[in-house]
Every structure is written in structure tokens, then in C-alpha cells.
Design a protein around this ligand. Sequence first.
Ligand code: DNO
Length: 410
Amino acid sequence: MFDYTWRWYGPNDRITIQQAKQAGARSVVSALHHIPNGEVWTKEEIKKRIEEIAVVGLEWSVVESVPVHEDIKKQTGNYKQYIENYKETLRNLSKFGIRTVCYNFMPVLDWSRTHINYEMPDGSQTLLYKMADFAAFDMFILKRPGAEADYKPEMIKKAEAAFDKMTQEEKDTLSDAILAGLPGSEETYTLEAFQAVLDEYKGIDRAKLQKHLFDFADEIMPVAEECGILMGIHPDDPSWNLLGLPRVMSSVQDAKALIEHYDSPSNGITLCTGSWGTNYNNCLVSMTEELAHRINFVHLRNVQRDEDYNFMEHYLFQGDIDIFGVMKALVTSEDRRGFDEKFPGHKLPLRPDHGNQMLDDIGRNYFPGYSLYGRMKALDKIKGLEIGIRGMIQGDDRPHACPSTLNIQD
Ligand code: DNO
């Protein structure tokens, strides 16, 4: 059985904790976004958030994310101190029984999109990544030295055509979408500051970044084990290199490399179907099966992709990801996680990821992706899917007595 969670940004979230509860959350995913990256999350601050959530009788079950300071990714400056602070934060979280912690190792940018209010045929709005627009930003707005080398000649042409058609307002909106950082990323940049930050990664290639990730894991995983915390690294979103920066969590091979580097239930992944799913080479159903023993957190979302690496966030059952197959694999691989023996009572936390903006969401300026109705709809679809799959597995012989033998609460 899964723990159905809802991401809540805290008191600054325009969606209240009461609404999250009514939307069907059984527990909450949150983070202390007001604490600067690298600093310790004190017990007092953690307790405050717990209390803010508890007013409606919910628990804070998952942290998404404890951000990894850029200095840790580059191994520069005060990075050793930041790692110590990270450990302290984990210890503090564990004192309150928080078991799951999500993090990512994407340099500079967290997730990226080019459009955050893209209109779907039914008038609802979604998030979109248009490669030509991203390339136009890279080559003609940011003017990153050497950017052309990263795109095929046909894509450069498409980017030129897209850029020529853009009004100044569209260019600004595009830059904002990329630079202002989407929720979850804790940094915002001006163009100049952004280029300067990219430059700091010169000399850090894929191999080096992966080594820095492994070094980080070597430091924090023993502490996570000690305090019974299950870490789940979030994949790169999208799952390919951006802006000349290396990325090291884009494929099943990347995930396996980390898992094998430090073999422990604490060293797991976040199965974010929409992010891993941007990459054609990742079959989400096989990944769910293959990595089942190390899946510590799940985000369910669908994307529709094309051969130009454009992708649009779509409804849960529309798009290129076999959500049914993923859910079935999650259900059938349950025993391999071994939670029952190691962490009695612990259920795999799962959440609807982004939802489109629909009905009364439109114009409300919720954090991009984090709508009320769109996510609520997805959450209920996911719950129904679980009920259906478990019923299907029990088969036709399932006694259809009342009350339901599936015993799944809404
Ligand atoms: C977007 C999210 C990301 C994610 C972080 C995890 O909706 O999936 O912001 O929270 O990358 O560290």
C-alpha cells in the first residue's frame, strides 16, 4: 500500500493545508525553502513546519528537497562544512520521525521549462519544453560562448526562426521561465550572474561531477542509515545535458551507478516518471522493475515527447509513459523494498507530480505545476489505479463481500 502525499510549499503556498487535506492527501511533502542553501535546518524550524501541517491532522512525511549547495557539486569553497551541515539537517529531521528525503545533483538549474502556461486544446494550461526556444535562449539571449556546438544544424535553424518571431515580451517571459527558477530550485539569476555561475563549472565534466556525487553519497549515506532516513535522488529534468553543464542522473545506468556505488536501502532514487521519461532511452516500466529495491519516493506524471526533444506535460493517462505499467510494477515489486522488515509500518510515499491548471486554478498564479484541481484529479486517478490493480491481481476469485476486502482507504 502506498502513502499518498501532496507537495505543500508551506505558509507561502497559495494552496492551504486544509485544501491539501480535502484534495485527498494522506501526508505531506514539504521543505524549508526560506533557509538558505547549505545552512542547517534547526529542530525549531522543523518543528514549526510540522505544526503547520498538523493543524489539519496530517504528518510531514517527506522532505523535498534538502538542497545540495553548489559548492558541494563543484567541491569548492566551504563544501566540507556544507556537507557537515547536511548531515546535521538529516539528524534533526530524523528526530521528528521524518523518513524520506529527496534531493538532486543538477548543476545550477533544477528543472527547466520554456513555457509555464501553455494552453491545451480544452483551455487548461500546462508546462512545455520547446527545444527550439530553449536553444534560442541559449544562443541568442544568453549568448553562451560555444552554445552552437551543442545543437544540430537543423535545430539551430529552428531556433533562429523561433527567435525571429518572438516579441520582446515573449523573450522576457522565456528568460524568466528559465532563469527565475521553477519551484524547488532555490536560486534565481540575472543573465550576467547566470553566465558567471555557468563559468564556474568549466573544468567539471561528467566524470568529475559523478565523482563528486559519489563522494557526497559516501559522506551522507552512513548518517542517513544511522538515523533511518531513506534518500531518493531526483532525476535530471529534463534528462539530458543543458547549457553545457554535465548531468549525472539522466538514465537507468546513472541510477544504477549510484545505487551500486553505495549499497544501502538509504541510498535510493525518486522515481519521477515525468523527468526520467523525457529521455527516450528510459523505459519507465523496466526501470521500476529493475530498481524496485531502491525506489524510495515516487512522482507520477506523464509527458508527450517528440523526436526534437520537445515535451509537454500531459494528463496522467495520455502521453508516452505507461503509467498503468509503472503502477503495476510498483505494486508487484513491493516485497523487494523490504520496508516491512526494516521499517515496519512504512509505506512508499507517492505523489501526483505536476497537474495542469484547470477550472478555478487558472489565473491563480500557483507555483508552476502545483495546481489544486489538476493535481487533485491526478491524485484520485492514481488511488483508483492502485485499487484496480490490486483487485485485478487478487483475480476473479476475490470474494466480493462487503466491506471491501481490498481494504484501501480513500
Ligand atoms: C519539480 C520538482 C523538482 C524537484 C527537485 C528535487 O516539480 O520535481 O523541483 O523537487 O528537483 O530535488
